[in-house]
Design a protein around this ligand. Structure first.
Ligand SMILES: [Zn+2]
Length: 331
């Protein structure tokens, strides 16, 4: 961990910026999820993946001022060897399809002229429900039960928040290997065993198809984040194929447009993509896919396995992350 003072001195000296000029050109694809006025309000369901609106606005202003915001399409062309990128190119992406992407993030992006990419979980949009990891997090955090037994006969003590978290993470590892109806059944079963189910209205925290369409009309890109948010690398090939193909077809039918961009879900377990899943995503007709592996996108990279950079929860932290990434080291 580099001390804050040293980071500030390095940023101020311009050394990192100079180092970036000596590196092969690349683009930083940032991965966001949710932007809310008051992130604490939904911490039991969404966890720590929310940016406050003021921090997000500050981060976008930083990118507009000191970096070069570009669209995913532009980076896709650059990776393929077509076209050029401005120096210090940054792409903004959002995973999952939360309503706040439309209500909170889009106005800020539009004001600054930034074209972002939004990947939606088709089942969550169609059935108005939060992604399953959020539903399970809520169940494990708020259940009044003191213990819970899983399908394998193991009993989990839920007496402290640390133990609840351990049970939740273990369940996520099991559920991430399921998809479609099986996954939904498993999640519903756990919700009822724990007697802690998110109210149906929580599904209104997801975008509708109309709102997804409005993102496109405002110049943003939309892509698929699967049907049901499994870990594709741990599914049977035919189930992974269904998630890739069906989500694409459903989006295309709803939005009346081609959908060629994809984001691999990372609900639990590692890795969340393999050579086989990248081949399948290409076969399904996708032109790009983003992962949760850390790094920049470079010319000649596999466009179906693009790396991303995680934005920290502060403006200075993001500045450090981006400068470090462009200088060739990821903090
Ligand atoms: Zn996701």
């Amino acid at each position: 961990m580099i001390k804050q003072r040293v980071k500030q001195a390095l940023l101020g000296s311009g050394l990192l910026r100079l180092a970036g000029k000596l590196r092969p050109q690349g683009a930083a694809i940032l991965m966001y999820h949710s932007v809310l006025e008051d992130p604490g309000r939904v911490r039991d369901s969404l966890g720590a993946m929310i940016h406050s609106r003021s921090v997000f606005a500050g981060q976008m202003e930083l990118i507009a001022r000191q970096f070069s915001p570009v669209s995913l399409e532009k980076v896709a062309a650059f990776v393929r060897g077509e076209g050029v990128l401005p120096e210090r190119a940054v792409v903004i992406t959002f995973d999952d399809g939360y309503l706040d992407n439309f209500e909170m993030a889009m106005p800020i992006l539009n004001r600054l002229g930034i074209s972002a990419t939004f990947y939606v979980i088709v089942d969550c949009v169609e059935n108005r429900r939060l992604p399953w990891p959020s539903r399970l997090r809520f169940s494990f955090r708020t259940s009044t039960k003191k213990s819970w037994s899983d399908d394998g006969g193991q009993t989990w003590n839920l007496s402290t928040s640390a133990r609840r978290e351990a049970a939740y993470l273990a369940v996520c590892d099991q559920a991430a290997k399921l998809s479609g109806h099986q996954l939904e059944q498993r999640v519903c079963g756990i919700e009822s065993q724990l007697d802690a189910e998110l109210p149906e209205s929580s599904g209104q925290g997801m975008m509708t198809w109309q709102q997804v369409g409005a993102l496109v009309r405002h110049g943003h890109i939309v892509g698929s984040h699967t049907m049901t948010h499994p870990n594709l690398a741990f599914l049977r090939l035919e189930d992974a194929r269904t998630e890739l193909v069906e989500s694409k077809q459903r989006m295309e039918a709803q939005l009346q447009m081609k959908v060629v961009h994809f984001s691999y879900p990372c609900p639990a377990l590692f890795p969340n993509w393999t050579e086989q899943t990248t081949d399948e995503s290409r076969r399904a007709g996708y032109e790009t896919a983003v992962t949760t592996s850390a790094g920049l996108a470079h010319r000649g990279d596999n466009p179906l396995a693009l790396k991303r950079v995680r934005p920290t929860k502060s403006v200075d932290g993001l500045r450090w992350n981006l400068e470090s990434a462009f200088a060739g080291r990821l903090a």
